[in-house]
Design a protein around this ligand. Structure first.
Ligand SMILES: Cc1cc2nc3c(=O)[nH]c(=O)nc-3n(C[C@H](O)[C@H](O)[C@H](O)COP(=O)(O)O)c2cc1C
Length: 169
């Protein structure tokens, strides 16, 4: 897909078919994730790619506003050991960018996806850390549900363009 077209047609998908996502596709998504820009090029990220049913259920049980059934869940995390000591907040921006890269790559590959928030809610972060037995140096940032859109996924592409939100000087 052409880049601008991929950006245009990306939308949140919350209902998925059972069709498996191959390792080759996961590999492409991970390459896209790590191609993200990052402040001072610290790349303060780490990714959990979850296919195991029991582990996915643990995530779902601990999500606040995003409980969906999908073949794969990716949890991009901040690697606190790699953040910039005097500007730790920048790591969250890196992870937001990396999350978006995954969504766009998924769209390009014909997959549906939805970004569900974990960061910056402290109790939510703790719950997911505990559920996945993560070291405390990993701060779960988002949960991305991934899969091929189900037949009954009625989602439409929205045109969110709004000229009134621009000032050209
Ligand atoms: C930071 C962030 C957090 C989000 N959290 C959730 C969530 O918890 N559950 C959910 O279903 N969607 C979540 N979304 C998806 C938004 O609801 C969605 O992007 C928005 O409604 C616009 O729709 P679109 O993605 O189809 O353009 C989140 C998106 C972002 C960027």
């Amino acid at each position: 897909m052409e880049t601008l077209e991929t950006i245009r047609v990306r939308r949140s998908v919350r209902s998925f078919s059972d069709k498996e996502i191959t390792d080759e596709i996961i590999d492409k998504l991970m390459h896209a994730a790590m191609a993200s820009p990052s402040a001072v090029d610290r790349r303060p990220w780490f990714y959990y790619v979850i296919k195991d049913e029991e582990t996915k259920q643990k995530v779902i049980d601990n999500m606040q506003f995003g409980k969906y059934k999908s073949p794969v869940i990716i949890i991009p995390c901040i690697n606190e050991l790699k953040t910039i000591p005097f500007a730790k907040e920048l790591a969250a921006l890196d992870l937001a960018s990396s999350t978006e890269n995954i969504l766009l790559a998924a769209t390009d590959l014909g997959l549906g996806s939805v970004w569900c928030a974990i960061y910056p809610n402290k109790s939510h972060i703790k719950a997911i850390q505990k559920a996945l037995n993560m070291p405390l140096s990993r701060t779960p940032f988002s949960a991305i549900y991934l899969g091929y859109p189900s037949e009954n996924d009625k989602g439409k592409i929205k045109d969110k363009y709004d000229e009134s939100k621009i000032k050209i000087i």
